[in-house]
Design a protein around this ligand. Structure first.
Ligand code: HEC
Length: 138
């Protein structure tokens, strides 16, 4: 009986683990950075990774408070947003910038597809970790 119990519990745990892994895949927790890089071409109409352009630079983005790049002229809406950029806030912002940040001047419609958003965020993260794209300071 003991052995049977342990096996049962083991396989139950295993299937729970499989379900969680599957769910987090569907939830877009893990993006595909290679596809994100392709989508990022759309951002590059206005953004350069390491310098300000039409939009602020993206190097250093993850973990940075919104509207905090020196020398970039942000909208009042972005300055008042009180956001910090992480996976969750970026996911909401990239769904519909104007809906999420009232008064933003980012002229980008957004991505309807959650996996597109996860992929772009994965690329933003990867880009930030690549010193050939985002040189580390000091
Ligand atoms: C048409 C030009 C344009 C496009 C395309 C565009 N952006 Fe922007 N982006 C801006 C502008 C302008 C701002 C500043 C917004 C403000 O001050 O309200 C901005 C701001 C941002 C911010 C906030 C940065 C900060 O320092 O607070 C993020 C994050 C961002 N963009 C990500 C993206 C991503 C990712 C894409 C591609 C999916 C993208 N943007 C496409 C123009 C653009």
């Amino acid at each position: 009986m003991m052995i049977f119990d342990a096996t049962l519990r083991g396989s139950l745990l295993l299937s729970m683990f499989a379900a969680t892994t599957l769910l987090s895949g569907c939830g877009g927790m893990k993006g595909n950075a290679a596809h994100g890089k392709e989508l990022y071409a759309q951002c590059q109409a206005c953004h350069k990774p390491a310098e300000n352009f039409v939009g602020p630079k993206h190097c250093g983005l993850i973990g940075r408070p919104a509207a905090s790049v020196p020398g970039f002229d942000y909208s009042e809406g972005m300055k008042a947003s009180g956001l910090t950029w992480d996976e969750a806030t970026l996911d909401q912002f990239l769904t519909s910038p104007v809906a999420f940040v009232n008064g933003t001047k980012m002229g980008f419609a957004g991505f309807d597809n959650p996996s597109d958003r996860a992929d772009v965020i994965a690329w933003l993260r990867k880009m930030n970790d690549d010193p050939t794209i985002c040189p580390k300071k000091g």
